[in-house]
Design a binder for this molecule. Sequence first.
Ligand code: ZN
Ligand code: ZN
Ligand code: FE
Length: 760
Amino acid sequence: MRIRKEIQVSGIVQGVGFRPYVFRLATDRHLSGSIRNTSAGVTIEIQGPANEVEDFLAQLPAEAPALARITQVTTREIPCIGDAEFRIVSSIMGETVRALISPDVAICDDCLRELFDPADRRYLYPFINCTNCGPRFTIIQSIPYDRSRTSMAVFPMCEECRREYEDPKNRRFHTQPNACWKCGPQLELWDTGGRRVACSDPVTKAVMRLRIGDVIAIKGLGGFHLAVDATNSSGVELLRRRKGRAEKPFAVMVPDLEAARTFCEIDGAGKEALISQYRPIVLLPRRSGTTITDAVAPFQRDIGIFLPYTPAHYLLFAAGNFSALVMTSANLSEEPISIDNREAVTRLAGIADGFLVHNRQILLRCDDSVVKPMAGRVRQFRRSRGYVPGPVELHKDVPTILAVGAELKNTICLTRGRSAFLSQHIGDLENLESFEFFREAVEHLQTILEIHPQIIAHDLHPDYLSTKWALAQTGVRLAGVQHHHAHIASCMAENGLEGRVIGFALDGTGYGADSTVWGGEALIAGYSRFERAGHIEYLPLPGGAKAIREPWRMGISYLAHTFGQEALGLGITFIHKVARGKFEMILRMMKQQVNSPLTSSCGRLFDGVAAVIGIREDVSYEAQAAMEMEAAALAAPASAGAYPFSLVREDGSWQIGVRPLFEAIIEDLRRKTTVEVISARFHNGLVEILARLAEHLREESSLGRVCLSGGTFQNGYLLSNLIRRLEEREFEVFTHAKVPAGDGGLCLGQALIAAHAAGN
Ligand code: ZN
Ligand code: ZN
Ligand code: FE
């Protein structure tokens, strides 16, 4: 019996070689019918003997191309017609736009082979790509995904490219960015004035400049990088000076896995992440005595390493034989990464010595992603290029919501059905440029996903630009969400949890429900509500935001809290060298409550300890003190012991007290205990007190599930040890991996909480 079926497939099925795949699947079985891209995904009609059609249906998801991600398949029987072959028909616009757009994909092995094959017509062509690789998200204007709606629209295909594009058996069948030397985008080297440098090969020319320690701005997939030879210390220091970036680590690109192994210790999870098609920056323990200069990541144990992901990257390494290149986002401090050639020349004046540019427009900027293997899993620190706009799958349907995140490391989230679409890394919304990018990202994500939110979720902080933007929107419902509640909800959502959990939300700053600065919080939380079950005791933050850049202020705050005036006589280096002249002034500020808001922040506790023990009195980037504390703790012997904290129940919640901690630290400093051991004891003490608190909360609430969220859990030493300790005590522990534990993952929690407030 012959039958005909109509099959709707949704998910990431456009621009990933899905139609040629289906074409082959059908023609191998001598089935007739058609396939076409729709705004919802693809629609297939298939006709033939019933058993062959069923077999086709069974194979369809099973053997789908590597980049395809099928979220739904629906079928219905339709009347047979008289067609004899299987055809691919051109796109039509459907009424609902549901197709998912693929993230940008690193060059595939087939293209890489062709790139270095002198016999291939794309030999050394910097924009080689195919259905399995190349740019996607960053070149798309709108959907359905067709060349005319991408920044490739201005490059008409040559005859040969067109033939590949139209041949269903070709690897480049309907590859929208398909191009070659003859018809596609080209590289050029520009001087600091934006003038084209006359040369036959811009790559070789750029390589010569890099060799002598010049800083070259290189236009890539999601934006410009600033590149400099990572083994050239004066080059790297020059870049630091010019960029005004004193100590924040630079990411380093290495030619291959072998090179990565010479610089870092790489375990299984780290290797998988490095070589994956996403090509994130992977934070890995650095080996000592390598040729990479220390100036790349001063005072850090880890170094951010990644492999080339565009053909041009491979060409640079092949021509230059570099063992490692610094490849850092081309921007000024925390401004968005540059994407436009002319804009880059202006903005990077005085930083770059030359520009390796191309004429394929980047329509949306997208920074490199950053991951770190911790406690057995690869965890997102910055989920961006390669992952976005792939959805985070939810365990249930939610309404359409826009969640606008917090202020630092901002990302936004749009939800539809069971999918949460997180944006690329937008950055710190503290300057106009970032805020512009925020607005662009909101617009663009809504356009390509065709999601028009009914609800906007935002942080409670009245001064965040994201909050202000949300409050200015009309015709939508608004949902204000407490920061740490959102962290815990984000962790719950990522792990598909319902009901209530014990949540530890540890971070630097979040607007508290009592208008103080929270950040060391124990919550009993579900999506619909939370209760603050405990927190680190309140201390004044002398100088407010200033204290975040100057940890010595918190050092004085904790010492004054623990020892009062006697702190001056403690006889420790911190008092002699740093605090003596400022102690009275800070004390007065706190007593008179001048610019000294109360905080329960865990990030500030790390700062305070780091300052007192001499690891760091000032920081030049966010979380620097905590990262250096972690590095110190990791260098300590395994059984260093743990400092005491106090734990008392007061006014209906648990207070974690720091007096015993600082008394013990001072004692150790007098005994000349090393900072490594002190740091380990501090981490271990924190683990112990959190585990004890979890026990109390389990007793009170009968809850046995613990969620860990907030930026502090990007500390691998703390995370691994707390997971282990809680599991020993038979808690079920849930953590972040798919979205960042820090504020980069906050929008997901905001969205889920807003969904519940709306009655889901
Ligand atoms: Zn390819
Ligand atoms: Zn061509
Ligand atoms: Fe936070």
